[in-house]
Design a protein. Structure first.
Length: 289
């Protein structure tokens, strides 16, 4: 059986960079094992499989080269941007079914946005020394009067506030230790950041590590940018209409990405959010399984 896969860069910054995802359309007849085999052959951090849904406009299944996961931000943005380009959406509001429930998707011109839930927070004081050690940093490298939190808006990420861009860049992740801590707290991974950015009027420059899912470092992570925007608002008092979050600029080589997050409020509290960006088709592949 031959399967066509689109390689699409999501969260591009301008017309370049972004995070590549595989997208397979009309995947109704593919089994879980076949999807995993395809994702492994594609070799990207995530591949999205699109099929018909009884509860939403589309069903999306996400696979890393190792396992199926509930959600993937950049693969969602890649998928819906591509569907819009193909004329298969044609409206401002659409939806996706996932193994963890349905989510609303919004189209705004050439940008796609995904819905995330209100944040929950968990402290990890009892493992702080291990956390700091796993990044090759010291407690003095944290932003003063701020500490890491596990933040969940659909998936759990450890959000780590660092004092400057140099510290973010020079972090030396111990991937085995990060994997173990991620298993313990059921994390997708770590999202480290500072308030220093390459382009003015953006709120954070970030890096993301997810060795538990076979991703040592990723260039754009929509499901982590949402938790970070919530952290900036709730824990640091940063209130802005739109949170523009840079990722990938500090990778070697750089893969510049920008993720746009908009928070929704009810009675002054975050009730949910949308996170999104632009995507661009890079190439097509055909794989035999």
């Amino acid at each position: 059986m031959e399967i066509e896969i689109q390689i699409i860069n999501a969260f591009i910054d301008g017309e370049s960079g972004g995070n590549p995802a595989g997208v397979v359309l009309d995947a109704d007849k593919l089994s879980v094992s076949q999807k995993l085999k395809i994702a492994t052959k594609v070799g990207l951090s995530e591949t999205a499989f699109v099929s018909s849904s009884k509860s939403a406009d589309f069903k999306l299944d996400f696979f890393t080269p190792k396992r199926q996961i509930a959600h993937c931000g950049h693969a969602t943005i890649a998928t819906f941007s591509y569907l819009q380009q193909l004329g298969r959406i044609g409206k401002a509001a659409t939806s996706k079914e996932t193994i963890d429930g349905d989510r609303n998707i919004f189209i705004d011109g050439d940008m796609a946005f995904m819905e995330q839930m209100a944040p929950s927070y968990e402290e990890i004081d009892r493992r702080m020394d291990n956390l700091i050690s796993s990044l090759g940093i010291t407690a003095h490298d944290l932003i003063p009067n701020n500490k890491p939190f596990i933040v969940n808006t659909g998936n759990s990420f450890l959000v780590v506030p660092l004092k400057d861009e140099t510290t973010v860049l020079s972090a030396q992740p111990d991937f085995e230790a990060i994997h173990m801590i991620s298993e313990e707290f059921d994390l997708i991974g770590y999202y480290i950041f500072s308030q220093y950015t390459k382009i003015p009027r953006r709120v954070a420059g970030t890096r993301m590590f997810a060795p538990r899912y076979g991703i040592n470092e990723e260039s754009a992570t929509g499901m982590a940018a949402g938790p970070l925007a919530c952290y900036l608002y709730d824990k640091m008092g940063i209130n802005t209409e739109v949170y523009l979050i840079e990722q990938g600029h500090l990778m070697k080589p750089p893969l510049p990405s920008v993720i746009t997050v908009k928070l929704n409020f009810v009675n002054g509290k975050i009730a949910g959010l949308i996170a999104g960006g632009k995507a661009k088709v890079i190439k097509s592949l055909t794989i035999s399984i």
